[in-house]
Design a protein around this ligand. Structure first.
Ligand SMILES: *Cc1c(COP(=O)(O)O)cnc(C)c1O
Length: 489
C-alpha cells in the first residue's frame, strides 16, 4: 500500500511513497502529512477471526493488511516489545467501571503512559530502516512530559539513531523528569531548558530552521527525523488497540460481534482518536467517537461549532498537561478523509495565515456524524477522580476528562470504551489533591499516600526512579541548545 498527501502534490515531492518513506520524511507537499491511499476493509470477519488471538497476532495481521514494507523479522521484534508490558498475554486490559462504561488501560508499558503503545514498536522499526539504508538519524524531541520518556526508552542503545530531548526545567512532574534524566545511554541526550514548554518547542523549531545546524549535520552524514505523532509510523500502532478493546468486550460477554460501542478518547494532538477513526473506517462497529479535552478546548469548539479558532487564545497550563494544545496536528488527516486534499489545503493554509478556519454547515454535519466532543475543567476532573475512586477505580487526570464527555455524548443503551492514557503514578500530586483536598504534595509523598489509601503498590520502575543516579545533568538557556546538541553528536 502507498501513502499520499493531505494537501495534494506540489510537483517536488513523489506522488506516492511507501510506508518506510512516509516514516523517514513525514512532512509532505505544502506542509501536509502522509495518509494511506486506501484503508484496508476488515469488517466483522476480521473481528471473528481474531476473537481467540493474542494482541500481537491481531496486530501483525493489521500490519499485513496495510502491506507495510518492513521485514517480517523486524515486525516480530517490534511487536515482541508488548511482551514487556505488565501482562504479556494482555498488554491492554479493559476493565469495567460501571454498567455501560469500560476503561481500556493504555499505560501498562515501561514509562506508564500511552505513548509506549506506539513508540515502543516504532523505535525498532525506525532503527531497522536506518540500518538497512546505512543511514544515521538524529531525533529531536521537545516534550512536556510523556513523549520524552517514551522516546528515550524506545531508542536507548538502538543502532543508527540518536535522540536529543528537550524539556522545560521545572515544567514537568518529578516522575517525568526523573524518567528522562536517569536514562543513561551513549545515544541519548536530555537537555533541560530554562523556560516553559513553549520555549522548548520554539527552540526546537529554530533549530530545525537553522542553516548552520543543518550544514553541521550533513557534514557528519546525519539526517533529521521526528518521533511526534504526525509520523504515520506511530499512528498505525494506534489503530490496533481500539480493535483489541472492542474484542475484549466481546470476550467478556458484554457485546456480540457487530454491536456498536462508543470510543471515548482523551485528546491532544489527535493521534489516539485518529487511530480510532481509522479503525471505524476499516469496519469496527463504532456508534461515535467521543473527543475529550481539558480547558484547552479547541477540539470541543471545532466539533461543536465547526470553527477552529486560535485567535486570541493562548495555552492554559492544566492538570492534564499532555492534552494542553492549540494546534492539534492530526485533525488534518480527518479533514483530508472527509473533505479531500484541495479543501484540506485551503483550510490548513487559512489556519497558518489567519489562525482560524470555519467549516461549512454541510461539512460540519459530516464531522458530527463521526465525532462528539466535550471538555472538563480541572475542578470537574477532580470530582470525577474522586467519585471513581470511591467506586473502586483509581485514575489519572487525563482519563478523568473522558467521564465528562461520556455524560455529554453517550446514550445509555450503547456501551462506552473510555481510554486511560496514563497511570496514576505519573500525576500523583493532582490525584492526591482530588482524593484528600491536600495541595502541593511532592511526587514521592503523593505516591506513598495514594498507594496507602488505595491499597495499591507503586510499580517497581517508578519506585526505582528515586534511587537511580542522575545521568543527564544539562540545564541550559535556550540560546545554548544548538551548541549543546552539536557537541553531543
Ligand atoms: C499524548 C497524551 C494524550 C493525548 O494524545 P493525542 O494522541 O496527542 O491526542 C493524552 N493523555 C496522555 C497521558 C498523553 O500522554
Amino acid at each position: 500500500m502507498h501513502f499520499i498527501e493531505t494537501r495534494g502534490n506540489d510537483g517536488t515531492h513523489p506522488l506516492k511513497v511507501t510506508f518506510s518513506e512516509a516514516i523517514l520524511s513525514p512532512i509532505a507537499s505544502y506542509g501536509g502529512l502522509y495518509v494511506p491511499e486506501t484503508l484496508p476493509e476488515l469488517g466483522t470477519a476480521f473481528l471473528e477471526k481474531h476473537l481467540g488471538s493474542g494482541y500481537k497476532e491481531m496486530a501483525k495481521d493489521i500490519l499485513a493488511r496495510f502491506e507495510v514494507d518492513i521485514d517480517e523479522a523486524v515486525i516480530d521484534e517490534a511487536l515482541s516489545l508488548y511482551d514487556r508490558f505488565d501482562d504479556p498475554s494482555n498488554p491492554v486490559p479493559v476493565v469495567k467501571v460501571k454498567d455501560g462504561l469500560y476503561v481500556s488501560e493504555l499505560y501498562h508499558g515501561p514509562t506508564r503512559a500511552f505513548k509506549d503503545m506506539a513508540l515502543q514498536p516504532f523505535g525498532v522499526v525506525l532503527s531497522s530502516i536506518a540500518q538497512k539504508r546505512d543511514e544515521n538519524y538524529l531525533i529531536l524531541a521537545a516534550t512536556s512530559g510523556d513523549t520524552g520518556p517514551a522516546a528515550l526508552e524506545t531508542f536507548k542503545n538502538r543502532a543508527n539513531v540518536k535522540v536529543a530531548c528537550m524539556y522545560p526545567d521545572g515544567g514537568t512532574s518529578d516522575v517525568q523528569r526523573l524518567q528522562m534524566v536517569t536514562e543513561d545511554a551513549p545515544n541519548l541526550k536530555v537537555i533541560g531548558i530554562r523556560g516553559n514548554f513553549d520555549d522548548a518547542q520554539s527552540a526546537l523549531k529554530r533549530l530545525l530552521a537553522s542553516e548552520t545546524f543543518k550544514a553541521k549535520l550533513q557534514e557528519k552524514h546525519i539526517k533529521l527525523s521526528a518521533a511526534n505523532s504526525v509520523n504515520f509510523g506511530r499512528i498505525i500502532f494506534q489503530i490496533m488497540y481500539h480493535i483489541h478493546s472492542y474484542l475484549e468486550l466481546v470476550r467478556q460477554g458484554i457485546i456480540a460481534v457487530g454491536d456498536k460501542v462508543y470510543l471515548d478518547v482523551p485528546s491532544g494532538n489527535f493521534g489516539n482518536v485518529l487511530g480510532a477513526y481509522y479503525a471505524l473506517k476499516m469496519g469496527l462497529p463504532v456508534e461515535k467517537l467521543i473527543v475529550a479535552s481539558n480547558e484547552n478546548n479547541i477540539l470541543t469548539e471545532l466539533i461543536q461549532t465547526g470553527r477552529y479558532d486560535m485567535r486570541g487564545k493562548s495555552l492554559i497550563a492544566t492538570t492534564s498537561p499532555a492534552m494542553d494544545i492549540l494546534k492539534s496536528s492530526n485533525v488534518e488527516r480527518v479533514l483530508y478523509d472527509l473533505y479531500g486534499a484541495q479543501r484540506t489545503r485551503e483550510l490548513m493554509q487559512q489556519l497558518d495565515n489567519e489562525k482560524y478556519y470555519e467549516l461549512t454547515p454541510g461539512e460540519l454535519s459530516v464531522l458530527q456524524a463521526y465525532f462528539c466532543a466535550d471538555f472538563a475543567t480541572a475542578e470537574e476532573g477532580r470530582r470525577y477522580m474522586k467519585a471513581a475512586f470511591e467506586n473502586g477505580y483509581l485514575m489519572d487526570p487525563h482519563t478523568a476528562t473522558c467521564f465528562k464527555a461520556y455524560e455529554s455524548c453517550a446514550r445509555e443503551n450503547i456501551p462506552t470504551i473510555a481510554y486511560s492514557t496514563a497511570e496514576w503514578t505519573k500525576f500523583s500530586p493532582t490525584i492526591a489533591e482530588a482524593l484528600t483536598g491536600e495541595q502541593g504534595a511532592r511526587d514521592i509523598d503523593a505516591l506513598k499516600a495514594i498507594a496507602e489509601t488505595a491499597g495499591v503498590t507503586i510499580p517497581p520502575m517508578i519506585e526505582a526512579l528515586f534511587e537511580k543516579p542522575i545521568a543527564q545533568k544539562t540545564v541550559i538557556d535556550k540560546e545554548k541548545i544548538e551548541e549543546e546538541i552539536l557537541t553531543f553528536i
